[in-house]
Ligand binder design. Structure first.
Ligand SMILES: C[S@@+](CC[C@H](N)C(=O)[O-])C[C@H]1O[C@@H](n2cnc3c(N)ncnc32)[C@H](O)[C@@H]1O
Length: 332
């Protein structure tokens, strides 16, 4: 105990019973002073202060701990974390659940990348990729063709041919400048045929968001594996198995699981929203290291070990009174 060690305790005044309250109060004050002195924030030695934003306002946080003690604790925490990280590096069987929308991932990916979006529709996400990830090259792959496949009929992306033609024309107009500059290339074709024309390892990362049936997604992931460079990433949309997704014959969850099992790629992260975006990676390449560092530094996440061995279900909470539906993830 600093400063006051060995100091004699004052005797409580004996006033025959009437002064007991005053004695207790004096003792409490003394104890408070002792504890504050020990923590280094006693008289004139207040602990460090910092401001914290709280619901739009500001709250002053006074850390009741001396810099010396804080520093020592921090050193201990960092040393323990380093030891744990070293041990964890041998085990990369974990997935980060991100409590953020998919666009946030685009801010964290390295700029100047060569990228493909497979399944483009109206180009809403292509615009986000351009604005936020700032790629050196963006290849947009979509046949913009109405498809007769029964399993694809219930998917609202499978619009009639007139609408498909309008979509691709609008895309060409929307990205006219980038197409002229060579930053955006439009490939009006099916994923299998379009990707087969690229050399192995062409892309830093790709975004798979075409047909969502099990067979289609597994085929796209296999084709992407060939054209993504070593250490690159495969991102994809709609890792969903709630009732609406099942009604559209989505098989993304099962396709990702089987692709990971056959290829050895890992599910690095997943957004925890209604139509989640996933990120697949092979081992611990440079892109994984960079993205993981950004995720941990900037996002709110839950690290789940053995995620792909768990039963993942998106379940509804139904508030019948207000006719509201909320969705949550259940992992078992
Ligand atoms: C869900 S939409 C894409 C949405 C877009 N990625 C976005 O986030 O704004 C699916 C698109 O995939 C396209 N598609 C369907 N089958 C495909 C295939 N085999 N190859 C490439 N695109 C395909 C459809 O034409 C449709 O435009």
């Amino acid at each position: 105990m600093r400063g006051s060690r060995g100091r004699a305790s004052p005797r409580p005044p004996d006033d025959g019973g009437g002064g007991t309250g005053a004695a207790v109060s004096a003792l409490t004050k003394l104890l408070r002073r002792e504890i504050k002195a020990w923590l280094g924030c006693g008289d004139g030695a207040a602990g460090p202060e910092r401001d914290m934003a709280v619901n739009g306002g500001t709250m002053r946080l006074v850390t009741h701990m001396s810099e010396r003690i804080r520093g020592r604790l921090l050193d201990d925490v960092i040393a323990a974390e380093d030891a744990e990280t070293e041990a964890a590096e041998a085990d990369d069987d974990y997935t980060y659940l991100l409590f953020h929308p998919r666009e946030v991932l685009l801010d964290l990916l390295p700029g100047n990348a060569v990228v493909a979006e497979i399944g483009v529709a109206k180009g809403a996400f292509s615009r986000q990729i351009l604005a936020r990830a700032r790629p050196a090259g963006l290849h947009l792959i979509d046949p913009w063709e109405e498809q007769a496949d029964d399993a694809y009929r219930p998917d609202p992306a499978n619009v009639e041919q007139g609408a498909q033609d309008k979509r691709v024309e609008r895309i060409r107009g929307m990205f006219a400048g980038e197409i002229e500059a060579g930053t955006v290339v439009v490939h009006r074709d099916y994923s299998g045929a379009a990707l087969a024309r690229f050399d192995p390892g062409t892309f830093d990362w790709v975004y798979v968001d075409a047909m969502h049936t099990y067979d289609a997604v597994l085929a796209d992931l296999r084709a992407c594996r060939r054209v993504v460079r070593p250490g690159g990433l495969i991102l994809g949309h709609d890792y969903a198995n709630h009732g609406l997704a099942r009604g559209m014959n989505f098989g993304v969850v099962e396709a990702v699981r089987d692709f990971a099992a056959e290829s050895g790629w890992r599910l690095l992260c997943l957004t925890a929203d209604e139509y989640p975006t996933y990120v697949l990676a092979e081992g611990r390449g440079d892109a994984v290291e960079a993205l993981e560092a950004e995720i941990l530094a900037r996002l709110t996440v839950l690290k789940v070990h053995g995620f792909l061995r768990m039963r993942y279900r998106q379940e509804y909470h139904i508030d019948r009174g207000r006719r509201r539906l909320n969705m949550y993830v259940s992992l078992k």
